[in-house]
Design a protein around this ligand. Sequence first.
Ligand code: PGA
Length: 248
Amino acid sequence: MRIPIIAGNWKMNNTIKEGIELIEEIKKSKLNKDVESVICVPYTMLKDAKVAVKETNIKLGAQNMHYEENGAFTGEISPLMLKEIGVDYVIIGHSERREYFKETDEDINKKIKTALTHNIKPILCVGESLEERESNIQEKIVNDQIEKALKDVNASKLENIVIAYEPIWAIGTGKTASSDDANEMLVSIRKKIKSLYDEKSSEVIRLQYGGSVKPNNIEELMSKSDVDGALVGGASLKADDFIKLLNF
Ligand code: PGA
């Protein structure tokens, strides 16, 4: 039985003051206990956010992490630093990091392995560009990203990994993949996991869809066979919308 997981990715939004106000708004509503709720906030407010979500079921996530534990990497944040704060999840390989910060599949693989070593659950992002979808090579692109990201990752770890399928053309654009297209890709990802590992692993790993998820499309998405959750950008910045998503 896979527990549904809805994660908000705040990206580079919210000062500490704004972020805490948002969390306090979310806390006022009664959240569905059967859904795992995660907020992935900027580094600067992780510590305050951890205090704010105490005694709630809301889990805390970071949006990136370096793969080394320490060293001469100016401006980076290590798994030990996240662990010290009590971070539960970390987004790895978001398309914005791949595109603007030139993260490679090799970097992503190292980050996944480091996160798992430190018991931080990675939310691995994969997804194709518009051009790749128009050339009908999206499954190959996504399968390739998954194979490289999970290289040398042991099957026993898969229940602690979430894979978020986020077609790049649907992120922040208001264009959502149809629920059938999203599900079709998640079915293909599960098949890929089965071929890389085994049936059991493919059944335990949780798969999310991400890309313009809003209150008006969450229910339909979540009704699909292989959609276990959503990774949400824009709509996670508005308390009302995010509450609706968590209580889909
Ligand atoms: P969006 O972002 O919901 O604003 O499209 C999703 C994401 O980038 O994780």
